[in-house]
Design a protein around this ligand. Structure first.
Ligand SMILES: C[S@@+](CC[C@H](N)C(=O)[O-])C[C@H]1O[C@@H](n2cnc3c(N)ncnc32)[C@H](O)[C@@H]1O
Length: 205
């Protein structure tokens, strides 16, 4: 199963241009805004879970962030980001892993996840994700998470997703994490479609 998932995502990044996938954003505006509001120093540590080819890490390197990690099940997704960053890629730690099988050996100030948690349709996958999250954070760590909202698509990249509103996401992460802020976003896809996302910022108690 894990191999099938890995192959699925590797194939996506090998066969589609990074700016053609439905989740592509020219600039990761909601994430940058959420980070600005947290007012963290650039030495804060951040992991982008399921970051794939996202340009969030590019923008943070530009801003001087010095402790960045991007994790993804698909090495081919990370390769796109590394190629774009060129010499700057060495400033980032790249981890190829399935987040539900990965156990971090360090903790992060920020755990960022845009459109990964919603693929975990089985309770045991979510439990495994929470185990990674709890091992990878400390009290005070922030989680910035985005999933499809209840009126968002039922599938992404051909895979079924579980959709959440803010209350449902807060319940998923409770009691270890407390909801600080939530908002909805209408994401414009490169193909001209709209997708409703639910965003939440939570803090670990
Ligand atoms: C919809 S894309 C979002 C990519 C990125 N977060 C963004 O906003 O552009 C989902 C990403 O999650 C990765 N992914 C899916 N399941 C994963 C898992 N179990 N562990 C780690 N990464 C996973 C995929 O390879 C893909 O890069």
């Amino acid at each position: 199963m894990a191999d099938a998932k890995r192959e699925h995502w590797d194939e996506v990044y090998r066969t589609k241009a990074a700016d053609c996938v439905s989740w592509y954003q020219p600039t990761p505006e909601p994430s940058l805004r959420a980070l600005d509001e947290l007012q963290l120093p650039v030495k804060a540590s951040l992991i982008d879970v399921g970051g794939g080819a996202s340009s969030l890490v590019d923008r943070l390197v530009e801003r001087g962030w010095s402790d960045l990690t991007v994790l993804d099940i698909a090495a081919s997704g990370l390769d796109v980001a590394k190629a774009r960053l060129r010499d700057e890629a060495i400033k980032v730690v790249w981890v190829v892993a399935d987040v539900t099988e990965w156990r971090p050996d360090r903790q992060y100030d920020v755990w960022h996840d845009r459109a990964v948690f919603h693929f975990l349709t089985e309770a045991e996958q979510r439990l495994a994700y929470h185990q990674a999250l709890e091992a990878g954070t400390v009290p005070g760590s922030a989680v910035i998470i985005a999933t499809f909202a209840p009126d968002g698509p039922e599938r992404c990249s051909g895979l079924p997703v579980r959709r959440y509103d803010a209350a449902a996401l807060a319940a998923e992460f409770s009691p270890a994490f407390i909801l600080e802020r939530d908002w909805r976003e209408e994401h414009a896809t490169p193909g001209g479609g709209r997708q409703s996302f639910q965003w939440c910022v939570l803090h670990r108690r």
